[in-house]
Design a protein around this ligand. Structure first.
Ligand code: ADP
Ligand code: ZN
Ligand code: ZN
Length: 756
């Protein structure tokens, strides 16, 4: 550590800015700012002069030289934190991730901290309401309350315990009116007590309910998890096979050792059930972190994790940055979910960072999924991860039975085959629930003119406007532009306009016409916009009455619908045969996940899948419940196209390759292309010494124009991660100030998920 009192000390500070650099500052002028108790270390927040303002910065490095003459450096204005709020290794991981994902370090670091801290504020303090006996209360004889037995009982309790938390009183089913009456007599009083750290949990205290008896495979999986060091596991079990139960019991083990578990889940608002299950199981504090919270709530949860007050931390993507006091276990549920990769701005992958983080913390990592990503299956094959398989459902629940319907042979009525309609009728008559999956919201994907063939295209995107009926309008799903539905063709003025294709709204209407006496619930982004909408729908379903659920991929995520016995997949083909190389994988995952909603209760389930290509290997492996077979089929295709995860070089010997994409978009098409041409040119003039680099592009993106901008991409492949990282870093520094860069919006995407 450099002596902070040395005048020559230079602090390299990250500030929230799109520039890929740090800014140098000297020690604060006020000597008392840097006393022995305030040794400035990396990760400390400071206030620094920046232009005409003072802004929050984070010290990243401490040095004694600068590229600028020291006389030109300004001193740090003041120090915000007496010591860094997170451990050094985690801060280094933040910095590493910023570099790995090639994101401007200041912006990335600020993204990694909760909003309150970004604004330079302190962490909020959680206080818990307690009741305490007053002096008067202590001297008060219980006999005087003989005519108020409830009050007497409560005061007797306070004679024994003095201070009791409000939650505790609630748990003990204390009468609150009686409590209030005691308070009015000044015998007890309300006080705020700052929360204590609960450390060791008594055996009886930790669990709020009895864990389930694990079946053999679950037991084997749980016992395989070595909690003493870094070990990544892929827990591969179909939906409903009991993965969550394995998580809960693995968490129980680490919490009993006084450690904490961090659990990442894809989307908390859509899956309130997951949180409820954790709460039902454990008495210990569970901190929850997701985007629906206020800054204060996030700050509290973050601090509860950091100080160890919460033994379990449950959160979405960005929760991967949450510090833990005593890390014991990391879990990424539904590890294949694309929401773990941020698609805008700081494009990190929380799942991949989880691997690095668990390694640094020397703790086990469980990646769980019914439909693992090709990457994770590949890592198992390479013995980087240990695969733990749950191959059945516990109890009576069994894997669903698939019925493919070849829609070349079966005539569709507005998207529904005869077979599907019959099956729905049958299921409803038996009192069961039905789930219909169609991954397209709105009424119809296209409006067209019957006379002249005009099509409702978006004027800003290379895409069609979707017809919506509630409310009535045309909407572009890419740029959100809206317009009224024309009553006449804008081109030939014919009134013969026709909606082509089905969206969830239309399919809902058709179901309503076919089953007028049945409750039909639609779940998509349009119906769940309100905060509690999803909870309300889930409550309706949980009543268990016969109903039909129709919806998009929102229905695929982690829900447990015990009364659903039939799942209908209206259109399997859209995603399976798409130009985006990851689309088939995603669609296969969705179909498998949706199918998994069927038959999770006592009764067995049926899945009806409508497709034009029932004989295609993709479809036939899916319908034999063979997700692994399906993923092998997909991998064969990827291998041929040299796409991840097996971007193999064949010579001299097969090696993995890594991939990054440079995106550029501009209102001027040529500007977008020229920037990428320049980027590639620079890359080719700065090749890494030891490894070959390959380029593809610039090529137009799958949707070449979106929101009035032309979009192009350049793909870069390299067999050495470090070399690729170094190359891109050099390039970004070189091009960021070029005049070509200023004419476009450009970004780097390392290990891209979406390459369209
Ligand atoms: P997954 O997370 O794989 O989808 P869950 O853990 O949610 O599966 O389990 C599905 C259902 O099976 C839940 O209702 C759960 O309570 C039940 N379950 C899980 N494990 C067992 C077990 N060992 N014995 C009985 N029921 C179990
Ligand atoms: Zn027309
Ligand atoms: Zn548009």
């Amino acid at each position: 550590m450099i002596n902070p009192n040395n005048k020559q000390t230079v602090y390299r500070v990250a500030v929230p800015s799109p520039l890929r650099r740090l800014f140098d500052y000297l020690s604060p002028v006020a000597q008392n700012e840097v006393s022995d108790s305030k040794i400035l270390r990396a990760g400390t927040r400071v206030l620094v002069p920046f232009g005409h303002r003072k802004i929050v910065g984070i010290i990243v490095m401490i040095d004694n030289t600068s590229d600028l003459p020291l006389s030109r450096l300004k001193p740090i204005a003041s120090i915000i934190d007496n010591e860094p709020l997170i451990p050094q290794y985690l801060f280094r991981l933040y910095v590493w991730a910023a570099n790995y994902y090639q994101h401007p370090v200041g912006d990335a670091l600020f993204h990694s901290f909760p909003a309150l801290l970004r604004k330079g504020e302190d962490l909020p303090i959680q206080t818990i309401k307690h009741w305490r006996i007053t002096e008067q209360g202590q001297n008060f004889s219980l006999e005087q309350l003989s005519r108020a037995p409830r009050q007497k009982e409560i005061l007797a309790l306070f004679h024994l315990e003095e201070v009791i938390s409000q939650n505790d009183l609630r748990r003990r089913k204390i009468s609150f009116p009686a409590l209030k009456q005691l308070a009015e007599k000044d015998l007890i009083a309300l006080t705020d007590v700052s929360e204590k750290v609960s450390t060791v949990h008594g055996k009886n205290y930790l669990l709020a309910e009895q864990p389930l008896d694990l079946y053999l495979e679950q037991k084997a999986a749980l016992n395989s998890i070595d909690a003493t060091s870094f070990n990544p596991y892929l827990l591969f079990g179909e939906t409903g096979s009991g993965k969550t139960e394995v998580y809960l019991q693995a968490i129980e083990k680490v919490v009993r050792c006084g450690k904490q578990a961090l659990v990442l889940i894809p989307e908390i608002n859509l899956t309130p059930q997951t949180f409820d299950r954790f709460k039902q199981r454990f008495n210990c504090r569970i901190a929850v972190l997701h985007s629906g919270l206020t800054d204060r709530e996030k700050g509290l949860a973050w601090d509860a994790a950091r100080t160890g007050k919460a033994s379990v931390v449950l959160g979405t993507r960005s929760a991967i940055f949450t510090p833990l006091k005593s890390p014991g276990l990391l879990i990424v549920d539904e590890e294949h979910d694309s929401s773990y990769k941020q698609q805008e701005g700081y494009r990190y992958s929380a799942r991949d960072l989880a691997v690095i983080r668990a390694q640094k913390e020397s703790i086990p990592l469980i990646l769980g999924s019914a439909t693992p990503s090709l990457e994770s299956l590949y890592n198992c094959e390479k013995n980087r991860y240990t695969k733990l398989v749950l191959s059945r459902r516990p109890g009576k629940a069994s894997a669903p039975c698939w019925i493919p319907v070849d829609i070349r042979k079966s005539k569709l009525t507005n998207g529904y085959s005869r077979e599907l309609i019959e099956a729905i009728t049958q299921a409803l008559s038996e009192g069961d629930q039905v789930l219909i999956f169609l991954n397209r919201r709105g009424f119809a994907p296209t409006l067209t003119c019957h006379e002249c063939g005009w099509i409702s295209n978006c004027s800003s995107c290379e895409a069609r406007l979707t017809v919506h009926r509630t409310p009535n309008r045309l909407v572009c799903h890419h740029c959100e532009r809206m317009s009224p539905i024309p009553s006449k063709c804008p081109f030939c003025h014919s009134s013969q306009l026709e909606c082509i294709g089905q969206g969830t709204e239309r399919s809902e209407d058709i179901l309503k016409a076919l089953f007028p006496n049945t409750l039909i619930l639609r779940v998509d982004r349009d119906t769940t916009r309100r905060k509690l909408a999803m909870k309300e729908v889930l409550a309706q379903i949980n009543k268990g009455n016969p109903c039909i659920l129709i919806g998009t991929q929102m229905l695929a995520k982690g829900h447990h619908f015990p009364n659903v016995t039939l799942v209908g997949i209206l259109d399997a083909d859209g995603g399976l045969f798409s130009p985006d190389f990851r689309a088939p994988e995603r669609m296969g995952q969705l179909i498998t996940q949706v199918a998994g909603r069927s038959g999770r209760g006592e009764k067995s389930g049926i899945v009806i899948l409508q497709s034009l290509y029932c004989d295609h290997p993709f479809i036939s492996s899916l319908i034999s419940n063979d997700y692994e077979g399906f993923s092998e089929e997909i991998r064969k295709e990827r291998k041929l196209a040299r796409l991840p995860p097996c971007l193999l070089y064949t010579s001299p010997s097969p090696r993995d390759r890594y991939m990054a994409i440079i995106r550029s978009e501009a209102t001027n098409n040529a500007a977008a292309v020229d920037f990428l041409k320049y980027y590639r040119q620079c890359a080719e003039s700065l090749p890494p010494k030891n490894t070959e680099v390959n380029y593809l592009g610039p090529l137009p993106a799958t949707m070449e124009r979106r929101n009035d901008r032309f979009r192009h991409i350049l793909s870069i492949y390299c067999a050495d991660r470090g070399e690729l990282q170094g190359l891109i870093k050099r390039l970004c520094l070189k091009v960021e100030n070029s005049s070509l860069a200023r004419r476009v919006r450009w970004s780097v995407d390392v290990d891209p998920q979406d390459v369209s």
